[in-house]
Design a binder for this molecule. Sequence first.
Ligand code: PMV
Length: 297
Amino acid sequence: MITCSAPAKIYLFGEHAVVYGEPAIACAAELRTYVTVEPASSTTVVSGGVPTRIETTPYITEALKKIRRIHPIPDVSIQITSDIPTGAGVGSSAALTVALLQALSIEFGVDIDVLQIASMAYDVELSVQGAASQTDTFISTMGGMALMPDRMFLPHLECSIVIGDTNMRGKTSTMVSKVAELKNAYPEVAEHIIKSIGILAQTGVPLLESKDYLGVGRLMNINHGLLESLGVGTFPLSQLVYRARDAGAFGAKITGAGGGGCMVALTDKPEDVIRSIECCYGKAMVVKPAREGVREE
Ligand code: PMV
């Protein structure tokens, strides 16, 4: 029996634009999904203590399919527990897929390294979602913070990350299609917005290197505005973003696909930001950056 865990991720810059090859910066966050696997007489999934039909778990079905292409995996019992809010823009599906593939590879002696785990997990996301970037699966596998798609690691954040959850959910594939539709309808306008998001990520690199979080926050605020203009914002998301800024956050924006889900703020006053978000609207938590990616427990 093997248990592996993998962390969540937040985007400081660049979601959606990264789908079109623009740079993005994402950071692993210390919320984890734990997956335990062991050989069994039939393949079963128990998630959060609840038996779950395998047909309703596309990431698990697809991960099993992909890993079985390179190694025979027998029937297996899969048990999942998770601290990560699901479908909320913080990489729950990537963490599940990465932790599952790593647990299967260790339990059944599959000859595969972590970069291959990241790449197989990306293929799983692509098959399930129809469109995906390598960001979530790479960051969840490797931990730390990196400029993507270059995979250039950046120094660890030395301020607090606050995640605010609207408790509403947008589907990644729907939001990616929504941006694609806008890009088809107004290519020149949308392409400039997407390019500008990429420029924000590039501009953020030296600021993150010099730990200028005021500057980073300013750019995050601009990135939020650009995500709004791409049509992936919602009123509750912006409410949380403005609450965080009013409480003194360096900056705050949507993280992930939008349409619901979470926002992220960088701050040196996490308690104030949490209080401000929670007093009226969503649920908020402070999370540490995760230095470690996927690991055996
Ligand atoms: O909401 P999430 O965690 O699935 O993030 C989606 C980020 C996108 O850029 C919209 C898509 C992707 O795969 O990069």
